[in-house]
Design a protein around this ligand. Structure first.
Ligand code: ZN
Ligand code: ZN
Length: 466
C-alpha cells in the first residue's frame, strides 16, 4: 500500500459526540464541599454518558428515568450539570449523605431476570436482593431460580463489587488515603502490582490497619444497611480500591517505560490524557499522580494534561506555560476536543509536544459515532508519530480496537495485559449478570504509521545499497 501523505491539518469532527465520555450513573457529594463527585472513579463497562445514559433502557426499560427520579433530577442534562460541578447537589433535596447513599443503592433495584422495576410490581411483591452477593434484585423466588444458572457465574464477583461500592466512600471522604512517598526499591524492580505491593507492604499494613479501626469505617457500616464484613474482606477491598486509584498514574508510567520515553531530558516530559472525563478529573487530587513521579527517580519534571470535553469544572483548567520543575508532577486540564487543543496549543507552540498520549477506554470500537469522534485524534497521533497508548476493558475490546488501528495503518508496537490494571471489578450496570470488567485491563501501544515505517525501512535499505 502506498504511504499516505502526511496530514498537516485535521478535519474537524462534525459530530458533537464526546470522545470516551463515559461516566458512572451515580453521583454523590463530598461531605465538606459543595462540589458533587461520582462515587466511583472508574467507568463501568458500557458507556453511561450522553450516548449511553438512555441506552440503559435497552436492557432495563425505564432505568434511566429511575436513576433521575431517585436523584431528584429531571433530565440527563440536569444530572450532567451536577456531574460537571455547575450545580450543587443540595439543590436536589438531599439532607444528608446517608439519604443519598440509600437513593443510589435504590437505583440498583430492578429484577435481574424479568427487568421489572419497583414501580412495575404488584402490591404484594417487593424486590429482594440475592443473599450471597447483595448486588442483584429479584421480584420473586421464580425469577431468582430461573436466573441462577446465569447469575451463579458472577455472584461471587458481584459480592466484591457491592463491598467496594461502599468502601469507595472512604476514598471520597478522604478517610482512606493511599500510602505515598518515594519508592524504597529500585524502580525497575517494580513491574506490576505484585512487586508494588511487596515494596509498599510495611507502609500499607499500617495504613490499612488504621483505616479498619477508624471511626469512619464504623459509621460507614452502621449506615450501610447491611452487616459489616470480616476484616480480611475489608482489607482486600481497600487494596482493590488502591489499585483503582493508582492504575491511571502507573499506567502512564508503564506507557513511558514501554515506549522508551526519556524522562531525564531537559525541560521535562509531557503526557496528554485524551478524552479525559469526570472520571479522570473529579476525584483526582494532585497527589494521586505523585506515584508516577516516584516511578522515575531523577526525572526532570512530568507534565500531565487531561484533555476532553468532559474535564470537570474546577479541575485546574489552564494549560500552564511555566516550566515544570525537576522531580515534580504537574497536573492540569483542558476542556475541549483534542484536535482543537492540538491546533490551538501545540501547533502554536504554546504548549510542548507530547512525549506520550494516553487514552483510557476510548471505546472507538463500540459505535460508529464514537469512531467518528475519535478519528481526527487517531489520525493526528498516527501522522505526527506521537507515541500512544490506549487501554480497554476486555480481550474482545482489545481485538476489536487492534483491528481498527491496523485498518488505520497505525504501527502497533505492543499489546496485552496491563500490569497496572485496576483490580476492582466493575459491574455492568444495566446488565448485572454480565461478567464484571476491570478498568484498563489491557493496553495497546502504537507509534506512527505502518506505511511510513515501510517507507523508512525502504529508504534505509536504499541508503545501505549506496
Ligand atoms: Zn422478576
Ligand atoms: Zn448473587
Amino acid at each position: 500500500m502506498a504511504p499516505r501523505p502526511r496530514r498537516r491539518r485535521h478535519k474537524k469532527s462534525s459530530s458533537s459526540v464526546a470522545p470516551a465520555a463515559v461516566t458512572p450513573p451515580t453521583a454523590v457529594t463530598q461531605p465538606t464541599t459543595v462540589s458533587p463527585v461520582p462515587l466511583t472513579r472508574s467507568k463501568p463497562g458500557p458507556s453511561i454518558d450522553a450516548l449511553g445514559f438512555y441506552y440503559l433502557d435497552n436492557n432495563v426499560p425505564g432505568l434511566s428515568q429511575l436513576i433521575l427520579q431517585k436523584l431528584n433530577m429531571k433530565s440527563y442534562e440536569e444530572y450532567k450539570l451536577v456531574i460537571d460541578g455547575d450545580k450543587p447537589v443540595s439543590g436536589f433535596g438531599f439532607r444528608c449523605l446517608r439519604e443519598m447513599f440509600q437513593k443510589m443503592e435504590d437505583t440498583f433495584r430492578f429484577c435481574a431476570h424479568c427487568r421489572a422495576l419497583p414501580s412495575g410490581l404488584s402490591d404484594s411483591k417487593v424486590l429482594r436482593h440475592c443473599k450471597r452477593c447483595r448486588n442483584v434484585y429479584y421480584c420473586g423466588p421464580e425469577c431468582q431460580r430461573s436466573d441462577w444458572p446465569a447469575h451463579r457465574r458472577v455472584c461471587q464477583e458481584l459480592c466484591l463489587v457491592a463491598v467496594d461500592r461502599l468502601m469507595e466512600w472512604l476514598l471520597v471522604t478522604g478517610d482512606f488515603v493511599p500510602p505515598s512517598g518515594p519508592w524504597p526499591w529500585l524502580a525497575e524492580a517494580v513491574q506490576g502490582w505484585d512487586t508494588w505491593f511487596s515494596m509498599r507492604r510495611p507502609q500499607l499494613d499500617a495504613t490499612l490497619e488504621a483505616v479498619l479501626g477508624s471511626h469512619a469505617m464504623t459509621s460507614l457500616w452502621a449506615s450501610a444497611g447491611r452487616p459489616r464484613p470480616d476484616p480480611d474482606v475489608l482489607q482486600d477491598s481497600l487494596k482493590r480500591l488502591l489499585t483503582d486509584v493508582l492504575s491511571r498514574p502507573l499506567t502512564l508510567g508503564f506507557g513511558l517505560r514501554a515506549l522508551g520515553v526519556d524522562v531525564k531530558k531537559a525541560g521535562g516530559s509531557t503526557v496528554h490524557v485524551v478524552g479525559a472525563s469526570h472520571v479522570e478529573t473529579f476525584l483526582t487530587r494532585p497527589g494521586d499522580y505523585d506515584e508516577l513521579g516516584y516511578m522515575f527517580p531523577g526525572h526532570r519534571g512530568l507534565r500531565v494534561i487531561m484533555v476532553g470535553v468532559d474535564v470537570a469544572t474546577g479541575f485546574s483548567q489552564s494549560t500552564p506555560t511555566s516550566p515544570v520543575k525537576a522531580g515534580r508532577v504537574q497536573l492540569s486540564g483542558h476542556r475541549g476536543l483534542y484536535h482543537h487543543f492540538w491546533e490551538e496549543q501545540v501547533e502554536t507552540g504554546r504548549t510542548a509536544r507530547p512525549d506520550l498520549v494516553v487514552a483510557f477506554h476510548p471505546g472507538f470500537h463500540a459505535s460508529p459515532d464514537l469512531m467518528e469522534a475519535w478519528l481526527p485524534t487517531l489520525l493526528l497521533l498516527r501522522d505526527y508519530e506521537i507515541p500512544a497508548l490506549i487501554t480497554v476493558y476486555s480481550q474482545q475490546e482489545l481485538a476489536a480496537s487492534l483491528q481498527i488501528l491496523v485498518e488505520l495503518d497505525a504501527h502497533i508496537i505492543a499489546y496485552g495485559a496491563n500490569p497496572f490494571t485496576s483490580l476492582k471489578p466493575e459491574q455492568v450496570y444495566s446488565n448485572p449478570n454480565k461478567q464484571p470488567v476491570y478498568c484498563s485491563a489491557y493496553y495497546i501501544t502504537f507509534l506512527g504509521s505502518s506505511c511510513q515505517l515501510d517507507k523508512r525501512q525502504l529508504e534505509e535499505k536504499l541508503d545501505g545499497e549506496d
